[in-house]
Design a binder for this molecule. Structure first.
Ligand code: PGA
Length: 248
């Protein structure tokens, strides 16, 4: 694989899965691995945060748009900072669907995370019906524009993007490398309309049924800078082989 100028990143999104034993196994595997040419992030459920040691970068799967106060069940960015959390996944399609998170709410959460100087991993991606009716690029552009309108393009130098086609999440139906590359290139071109430099340097992850046996080909695409991994991040060996595919 041709070495890319952007540092590659692989993030494991455990969703509502895992247990203390997985934390231990995952750390053992990652600590023994030599992954110095890339960034590895684990996004476990909140109760497991304090069990990770400093060799692993931590990400949250969500955050409140509020600073503190009467918001039962929510977790604030300042709390996450106390546990050395560096990244926050926002706009994941499961939260958009299960928790009715609109583009506007996602944008306000991105703003909150940036204010705290953490890195949002902002997810965009279309349902299958949108791909089929030919409005894919308009759909992705609208998701990006909601955040661009709120925080401005210059803030995108502090954001990681993830393209996750909804039809590929947890289905075993991965986007082909060419399909992923096409959308990643579109995202970069869309940002380049406002700022060439930010567009060229932003890290864009692909997510959706990435496994040890397809990671290499996906990550070798010119505009794919690593992955956001769901199911395969629950198996330390699979996750490690995905990380190794990005560690070029
Ligand atoms: P998957 O999930 O790898 O299980 O498809 C990806 C994600 O939802 O981030």
């Amino acid at each position: 694989m041709q070495t890319k100028s952007r540092r590659q990143l692989v993030a494991g999104n455990w969703k509502m899965n895992g247990d203390k034993a997985l934390v231990e196994q995952m750390q053992k595997h990652l600590n023994a691995a030599n992954l110095e040419n890339m960034d590895v992030v684990i996004c476990p459920p909140f109760p497991y945060f304090s069990l990770f040691n400093s060799a692993v970068k931590l990400g949250s799967q969500n955050i409140s748009q509020f600073d503190s106060g009467a918001h039962t069940g929510e977790v604030s960015v300042s709390m996450l900072k106390e546990f050395d959390c560096e990244y926050v996944i926002l706009g994941h399609s499961e939260r958009r669907a299960d928790n009715f998170e609109s583009d506007e709410l996602v944008a306000s959460k991105v703003e909150q995370v940036l204010k705290a100087e953490l890195t949002p991993i902002l997810c965009v991606g279309e349902p299958e019906s949108v791909r089929e009716n030919g409005t894919l690029f308009d759909y992705i552009a609208a998701q990006l524009d909601a955040v661009l309108g709120r925080v401005g393009v210059s803030q995108f130098s502090n954001i990681v993007l993830a393209y996750e086609p909804i039809w590929a999440i947890g289905t075993g139906k991965t986007a082909s490398p060419a399909q992923a590359q096409e959308v990643h290139a579109f995202i970069r071109a869309h940002l380049a309309k406002q700022d060439d430099n930010i567009a060229a340097n932003i890290v864009i992850l692909y997510g959706g049924s990435v496994k040890g046996n397809n990671a290499q080909e996906l990550f070798s695409q010119a505009d794919v800078d690593g992955g956001l991994i769901g199911g395969a991040s629950l198996n330390p060996e699979d996750f490690l082989s995905i990380c190794q595919a990005a560690n070029q």
